[in-house]
Design a protein around this ligand. Sequence first.
Ligand SMILES: [Zn+2]
Length: 149
Amino acid sequence: MAASEIFERAGVRLIWRDGFAYAAERQKFENPPPEDPVTLVVKLQPESETARYGVPPECEGIGFPSGAIVFVRRKDKNDMAPAATRLAYVMAHELAHILLGPNAHSIVGIMRGTLIQQDWDKAAQGTLGFTRSQARQIRTWIVKRNSLP
Ligand SMILES: [Zn+2]
């Protein structure tokens, strides 16, 4: 999956689990084992749900500390990238907000506030990603989380 490749270039391996299957599996235990401290949750929502989250309809996603929401949009002739590419990059961007915080926008790379055509061209070539310093911050977040008592 493309979102995994974006993180992989930052030195991070994502392991994807289906949320429902994961929850069902944990319910089998009377005392479920503690959750991996670096578990990130991403929820896909139809674009019609933007209003419910109080964001403008053109919003692609939101990254809360508790998890990321990605809005799945209908195909549009003005789309700057194929739907799958867009979904992957928006997902990686919003997941990164969990790791880097709400003010993590940068002037270059995948964390630009609004991705422009030039970014999508890079995405198509597989060269749109995190900056070196963002990659370092992400790895640091994981190390810190894992060492919490
Ligand atoms: Zn953002």
